[in-house]
Design a protein around this ligand. Sequence first.
Ligand code: ARG
Length: 464
Amino acid sequence: MAKLWAGRFQKETDRTVNDFNSSVMFDSRMYEEDITGSMAHAAMLGKQGIISMEDAEAIRTGLTGLLAEIREGRIRFTPEEYEDIHMANEQLLTERIGDSGKRLHTARSRNDQVALDMRLYVRKEIGEIRRLALAFMEELCILAEQHMETVMPGYTHLQRAQPITLAHHLMAYANMLRRDVARLENCREGLDELPLGSGALAGTTYPIDREFVAEQLGFSRVMDNSLDGVSDRDYCIELCSCLSILMMHLSRLSEEVILWCSWEFQFIELDDAYSTGSSIMPQKKNPDVCELIRGKTGRVYGDLQGLLTFMKGLPLAYNKDMQEDKEAVFDAIDTVKHCLEVFAPMLATMTVHPENMERAARKGFLNATDCADYLTKRGLPFRDAYKAVGSLVHVCMEQGHTLDTLPLEEYKKICPVFEEDVYQAIDLMTCVKERKSLGGPAPEEVKRQLAKIQNFLREKEEMK
Ligand code: ARG
């Protein structure tokens, strides 16, 4: 197939070069954005008298028909035939409507065309990811609601530290996701500028109306400098950076679920439909989904690194290196969507074992801080109280006791301030319920946190 740009060349492109150069295998997924952009461009050309109204109309109907054909799967985008989606659509249009099709590319370059298509595509996908992230948060809220009183150990250094609840733990993730959604929205706002009209790099001599095109395509602003218009991939980097942070959050939760469903923890059990077996060990039930999410996080980081690296040395304006943005951005988008889609139902279907969580919380002296606080509230300086309880823990370990089972006379030996009511004060449920400082695990406080997230979700639902 002769190239659209064949005029200057005496030879056909080498086959390997053709395949190497072609991006249609992956950029054809932007066919709809490319057609939408062309429709707005043609309408502007017609309105400005740059092409005739008849040509503009023929282009519009031709593109509408082409869009339907592609949607029905009647077009195969192969590198043998097409270089990229932009040339493919133009070629296919011209085959269908003749000369009018050849006028579409007036006052436009593939450089500003691809810049536009990619923005439209990313804008759409941010909407999708945002929707999935909100649905995931919804799931966290449902679970949290059921586990306001499910006491579990809170950890630092993966050592049992202080008692919390499962709801408290889950709401931590809901807050991370809330920030992820805000970051995505911010990225979407940042890319809300029209690059089309930048031409190849230096604008155009035609009397184009960029504001009109921006309005047609739902952009709030027009990019102010043509060199920047064709060269900017900041928003791709920003998106992949937002997605990397989002994946980091999913990966941390995955890691915890992996720990929780181990025999060592037994805090939860994954549903059979969301776990896999081993080919040799008949007893195995593996959290492959979580491991894949954890693994795929590295992939998304890689996409971000790739973008940052190939962009860093590029002189203005367009360079073909920039074609590499597609696979990185598409891969990051696909990966994140896939992970969010599978994670939410996996959490929804898992079985929680509150009794095991509580048992774990009863061992490891999680109430030691509360025991020190007991003394502090009775007048001891905290540092002295801390020291006394340290000695108590030592006695417990020597005698095989916990703070709950250690006899009062042992308490009194170390500090006479202790009375019978210490047992009530260090009771696991008391420890949780009394931690009602803002942000803490007390059920009444976590209910407040939950209500705030639910409110956020409702507002987003209304915004869409
Ligand atoms: N396929 C190209 C890309 O994705 C489109 C722009 C090509 N422009 C050019 N001057 N070769 O970047």
